[in-house]
Structures are given as C-alpha cells and as structure tokens.
Design a protein around this ligand. Structure first.
Ligand SMILES: [Zn+2]
Length: 181
C-alpha cells in the first residue's frame, strides 16, 4: 500500500488484479484507491484529482454520520443483548429447517462501521450495541439480515430475495438506519 496525494486528496493506493480503477471513502474519511497492476501512476493521480469534489462530499457525509453516531445514547448492554436475542429467537423457526443445528449464539458489542455481522465459523450473530437505540423495525431488519447470511454468506440477489421474503418492507426499515438521527 502506498500513500499519495493528488488534487488535494490524500489516498492509499493498492495494486490489485482488477479491471478498473476504484475509489472508496472509508467510514473514517480516509480514501482507498485500488488500481490494476499496470495502470501508470499519472493515470491514477489524474483519476483521483478528477474525483476530488466527490471525495470531499463523501468525507463530509461520513463526518456527519460519525457525529450522529457519537450523539446516540449508549444503550444498556444487558437490555440490548436480551432484546436482540429475543428478536433472533422469534425469527429462528423460519430459518431452522434450512439451517441444521442449534440457534446461533447472539452477541452485542461496540461496532463502528456495521450494525451487525454473522460468523458462520463460530455460528454467532453479532450486533452493534447502538442498534438498540434504533427503532424496533430497524432492529428487526438487522436481525433478519444477519440470519439470512446463514443461508447466503454474500449480498447476492438470492440473499436480498430471502430478506424480502421475510420482511417485504425491508427497504423502509433499512432507511431508518440511514436517516439523520
Ligand atoms: Zn450483510
């Protein structure tokens, strides 16, 4: 990984087996660029400079989101864990026939960039503590999202079809997580 600056944008460049240049602003505001092995540096720099305005806007959005997240009340850990476990228990019967074995373990911890995660290896669903500060329909959406990962580990169309089958209004629920708060 190489740190460079172009058009006023400082970014971290990685070379990958990819076809196109790709630019991403991370949650912490840092900029990651991946480039095909043979793309000349001046082309990379030109690409970043051409997207400088977009980068600044994305960084402002991320900063606003970090601020909003920091302002959220920190929920009680025991209450959050009990509540998320109850949600998973309620939905588990819909998944159990296709997921042999016991219900996954449920954990709650501080997570900075995601609302939840699903580990197939440890059979654990993990939820962000601050999810418990979100409206109930949004919490339920995240619980179902992570349960669906037991069937589809990716975000493929089949995964989203499964989420939609469980929660036909999942897009409205997901929007609650993104709305200014
Ligand atoms: Zn997911």
């Amino acid at each position: 990984m190489q740190q460079r600056t172009s058009g006023g944008v400082t970014f971290f460049l990685t070379r990958r087996q990819v076809k196109n240049l790709n630019l991403r602003v991370r949650m912490d505001g840092s900029v990651a660029v991946s480039a095909p092995m043979r793309t000349p540096l001046r082309e990379v720099d030109g690409f970043v400079a051409a997207h400088a305005g977009w980068v600044v806007q994305a960084q402002q959005r991320m900063a606003a989101r970090r601020e909003a997240d920091a302002a959220l009340p920190v929920p009680d850990r025991i209450e959050a864990l009990a509540g998320m476990r109850a949600l998973v228990e309620r939905w588990w019967p819909a998944f159990a026939p296709r997921c042999p074995g016991p219900m996954p373990a449920v954990r709650v911890r501080e997570m900075r960039t995601r609302w939840g995660s699903c580990s197939l290896r440890t059979r654990t669903l993990c939820f962000a503590l601050k999810l418990w500060a979100m409206p109930q329909p949004a919490r339920e959406y995240v619980a179902v999202h992570e349960l669906c990962h037991l069937l589809h580990p990716d975000h493929s169309p089949a995964f989203w079809a499964e989420v939609a089958r469980c929660l036909p209004d999942y897009q409205a629920r997901r929007a609650l997580l993104r709305a200014p708060r």
